[in-house]
Design a protein. Structure first.
Length: 67
């Protein structure tokens, strides 16, 4: 997990290395949880809606702010 974190740090927004590392441990398990939960939803439309909502949330919460 730590090796993966270090490989992904360049892609995680943050001003300092410590901030990026902290964000990884919020971002990665949360995204994994959404994927596991989505797989348990039998309804394809419901699954796609959940993944789209999660994508929007993570982009807003962790995406780099431009402008």
């Amino acid at each position: 997990m730590l090796a993966l974190r270090e490989r992904l740090l360049p892609y995680i927004p943050g001003h300092t290395l410590e901030e990026k590392r902290a964000r990884f441990f919020v971002l990665f398990p949360g995204m994994a949880g959404v994927l596991v939960t989505a797989r348990a939803i039998a309804d394809l439309h419901g699954r796609e809606r959940m993944l789209a909502d999660a994508r929007s949330f993570y982009l807003e919460a962790f995406g780099s702010k431009k402008g």
